[in-house]
Design a binder for this molecule. Sequence first.
Ligand SMILES: [Zn+2]
Ligand SMILES: [Zn+2]
Length: 208
Amino acid sequence: MLRIESFVLLPSYQTNTWLVWDDESKDALFFDPAAIGREPLEFIQKHDLKVQAIVLTHGHGDHIGGLAYFKNQLDAPVLIHEADAEMLLDNKKNLSEYIGMPLDLPAADRVLQDGDIITFGAHQAKVIHTPGHTKGSIGVLIDKFLISGDTLFEMSIGRTDFPGGSYEEIMHSIKTKLFILAEDTIVFPGHGPSTSIGMEKLNNPFVR
Ligand SMILES: [Zn+2]
Ligand SMILES: [Zn+2]
């Protein structure tokens, strides 16, 4: 069975770092290591999980601050959409300079495109390109779980006023790529509580 846990490693931004795993095979994916922290490592060790990849929903500093640390600790490849890959190596583009915590990060090991599959254990995680918050923002669908990054939040949507952002694109992404998913798909966003596609289709005031 598929399981999920969140860690808040960067309290000032409340970024969700998600760990998804199969409780039989113990294979796992680790999303958006926002900052350095022991808690996920202890959890991974305690549950005897094998992290197959570190997946980044996009290249903003508040989602990648712990990337070098976790790549080293977990010895797992780093995956990001091709349009955001350069943000890992540019502290202006990833905004880390702007928020006062410049980063020194590894490059991506694999760049992703829309429709790519990330296999872990018996599961297939599907990459959904959802540009708008950044050019290379992705959602990742694993069975009924959607890791939505900063595209779709509970009753809100991601900001589009940063470089690479586009209001028209994020609206298009949400309507044509996310709101076509099954209503009972559970949405695990980059910030704030989880929700579902059905809930957001009915109630999200920003998408009409
Ligand atoms: Zn962001
Ligand atoms: Zn964010």
